[in-house]
Design a protein around this ligand. Structure first.
Ligand SMILES: NC(=O)c1ccc[n+]([C@@H]2O[C@H](COP(=O)([O-])OP(=O)(O)OC[C@H]3O[C@@H](n4cnc5c(N)ncnc54)[C@H](OP(=O)(O)O)[C@@H]3O)[C@@H](O)[C@H]2O)c1
Length: 307
């Protein structure tokens, strides 16, 4: 089968070529890939695993081989799933607990946007507790995780303030249901009961300064690329008993990823969640799509389709 593999001898360090078929464990289905998404975290992995690594976590497609242990969907089922690696290929093995069937009216491109970004947004918001009537701040709001978080928080009844990198992102994020879109977190914004931060650095410090007493900031990423925030005791001076939570989606119970993927896919089908697909290209253009993400040209998710 064809698939992508890192190879430092090639011009982009990533090449599509003939690869061995996946070797599923007893608990894995094999998915015939219809679409996959690229995550910012994978950009670092491409550099760290530059020789002989097969990238790809987020995948949607059709089950072409059911799991030997009898768990998970039958052959022919349209699914979304989160693989360990190898999803930028024609076929990939995925553990059945990280797979969900998708409704017929959800496209492979929409579904492929869900695993890492959608699960991170959903589960990071859950850390903040009930969102009904609460003031929620989402940073990096035009990004993969952020664009899901804005919509999910609004759907849960929160009043959402969205931070974007500049005026060119405002209209797109307003359309996601944010009550307010800002380009800086300052004295004019907040205070917030819950904040999700995927930017890090000085933005994380600004967010802590605008928390309400007892508020929660869930820090899940450093997309801003700045050095880490140098937070100290007095940064919490206006928000006594506030808490800062370091969030890692794989530490939140991956055995139920499939259940939550089903929830998100149903929300798309019901018109309550609209995956922001910033770049959708044929998978022959994976190198260019990866570059678009690296250059911060995309809003929302970067998705490749496999025909
Ligand atoms: N902990 C976990 O389990 C977990 C899970 C998923 C992702 N992550 C991490 O979370 C981060 C975000 O992931 P993602 O997939 O959402 O990335 P993404 O799609 O690239 O989105 C990043 C967002 O941050 C914005 N941004 C960057 N610098 C900014 C700044 N200085 N001020 C305001 N906004 C800024 C970008 O805006 P522009 O495009 O306009 O520049 C974009 O909207 C990454 O660091 C990723 O590795 C962690």
């Amino acid at each position: 089968m064809l698939g992508h593999i890192t190879d430092p001898s090639t011009p982009h360090g990533l090449v599509r070529r003939e690869l061995p078929e996946p070797e599923p464990g007893d608990h894995d289905v094999v998915v015939g890939v219809g679409a996959y998404a690229v995550n910012r975290g994978e950009l670092n992995l491409l550099a760290d695993r530059a020789d002989g690594w097969t990238p790809g976590q987020d995948v949607a497609g059709v089950v072409v081989r059911a799991a030997a242990d009898g768990t998970g969907p039958a052959e022919g089922t349209r699914v979304v799933g989160g693989a360990d690696q190898g999803a930028w290929s024609e076929r990939v093995a995925v553990p059945t607990h990280r797979v969900a069937a998708i409704p017929d009216d959800v496209s492979f491109a929409q579904a492929a946007s869900l695993p890492v970004a959608g699960l991170t947004a959903l589960r990071a918001l859950r850390v903040g507790g009930s969102l009904l009537g609460r003031r929620v701040l989402v940073t990096g709001a035009s990004g993969g995780v952020g664009s899901f978080a804005v919509q999910l928080a609004a759907a849960a009844g929160a009043r959402v303030t969205a931070l974007v990198s500049g005026p060119h992102r405002v209209a797109e994020v307003e359309a996601l249901g944010a009550a307010e879109v800002v380009t800086a977190v300052d004295e004019q914004t907040g205070p917030f009961d819950v904040a999700l931060d995927g930017v890090g650095g000085g933005v994380l410090t600004d967010v802590v300064h605008r928390l309400a007493p007892g508020g929660t900031v869930v820090a899940y990423g450093v997309a801003g690329g700045e050095p880490e925030s140098e937070l100290a005791f007095f940064d919490f001076g206006s928000a006594p008993l506030a808490r800062l939570v370091g969030f890692f989606v794989y530490a939140t119970g991956e055995e139920t990823f499939g259940d939550d993927l089903a929830v998100l896919a149903e929300m798309i089908s019901a018109g309550r969640l609209d995956p922001k697909l910033g770049v959708v290209r044929d998978w022959a253009e994976t190198v260019e799509a990866v570059d678009a993400l690296r250059q911060r040209q995309a809003t929302g998710k970067v998705v490749l389709t496999v025909s």
